[in-house]
Design a protein. Sequence first.
Length: 55
Amino acid sequence: MATAKPTQLKKNRTTSEKLEEGMKLVKADLMAYKKAKNSKLVVLKDDKIVFLNPE
């Protein structure tokens, strides 16, 4: 059985898969930025706004 090249696999992804991958990258970049600037991360948890330390 022949395997597909990585470039072929990337072309066959759906739009939703691309969006999911992009959002994961955004999350990682945001966490790195907040750690570098030592600023709090604001999230919504159980309908409440919560401020988290970057560590």
